[in-house]
Write a protein that binds this ligand. Structure first.
Ligand code: UP6
Length: 257
């Protein structure tokens, strides 16, 4: 998988959202996902407009945004269309299938990609797939590993998560994980958070762990790197995002060649 280009992996995916994402990454030469963890909706929209040309995914946690109404959801959708990126809601759904189905229906009105935990078992993906007004263009990223220190996920959990992803490969666009272990299907997209350009920044005070762009893309075979505070805390997010984009894309090119 590591050596195949994004273009060559398009035909290997069974999920329409992954096909769209691979296409955007190849067209825009970017494997950067911005984690826009900001409370102020005006700042979020400004970030999306400024950094939009440099990213493939604009990832938000809608439940931390103040005053996120339909008007702003539409505005974000317009910016996404203009700059050709996908909107991900990082809700990490983790309830029983029946509840998740209702949550997914709401979120899929405005997001293209949604993160889901595998912990509830097959019912969570079965419910989404069979939802009445299921939109097949919306894709799931299944969480197989977490970036935080001493998290409770075991290798067996990760392996079983990958088996679920395989079973629901028309719905699952990719996997949120740290290591390429057990990850063989090149149709899935590996998304890895915990990335910082500064080698000296290895963690925060709450268990988050960071690695450099080269390490996550080349050694850990991530296709997309998620960067939050490394970009959003900067006084000039567009400049620093371009630095990340260049480093991440160069690492990807060195891997595939
Ligand atoms: N995220 C992680 N680790 C995971 C899964 N998701 O950090 O295993 C998400 C966080 C945050 C972003 O919810 O939005 O990725 C990382 O932000 P940071 O770069 O500011 O640490």
């Amino acid at each position: 998988r590591g050596k195949l280009s994004f273009e060559n992996r398009i035909a290997l995916s069974k999920c329409p959202a992954a096909v769209k994402l691979f296409t955007i990454m190849a067209q825009k030469s970017t494997n950067l996902c911005l984690a826009a963890d900001v409370l102020d909706i005006k700042k979020i929209l400004q970030l999306a407009d400024e950094v939009g040309p440099l990213i493939c995914i604009f990832k938000i946690h809608a439940d931390i945004i103040e005053n996120y109404s339909d008007k702003e959801r539409d505005e974000l959708k317009n910016i996404a269309t203009r700059h050709n990126f996908m909107i991900m809601e990082d809700r990490k759904l983790a309830d029983i299938g029946n509840t998740v189905r209702m949550q997914f229906n709401q979120i899929s009105k405005w997001a293209n990609l949604i993160t889901v935990h595998s912990i509830p078992g097959f019912g969570v993906l079965e419910a989404i797939k069979n939802a009445e007004n299921f939109n097949p263009d919306v894709g799931v990223f299944l969480v197989a590993e977490l970036s935080s220190e001493n998290n409770l996920i075991t290798p067996d959990y990760t392996k079983k998560t990958m088996a679920l992803a395989e079973k629901y490969s028309t719905l699952v666009a990719g996997i949120v994980c740290q290591f390429p272990t057990a990850f063989t299907n090149p149709g899935f997209i590996q998304m890895t958070p915990g990335v910082n350009i500064e080698e000296s920044i290895v963690n925060d005070s709450l268990g988050q762990q960071y690695n450099t762009p080269a390490k996550v893309i080349v050694e850990r075979k991530a296709d997309i790197a998620v960067v939050g505070r490394g970009i959003v805390n900067s006084s000039n997010p567009a400049d620093i995002a371009e630095k990340y984009r260049q480093k991440l894309w160069a690492a990807y090119l060195s891997r595939v060649q």
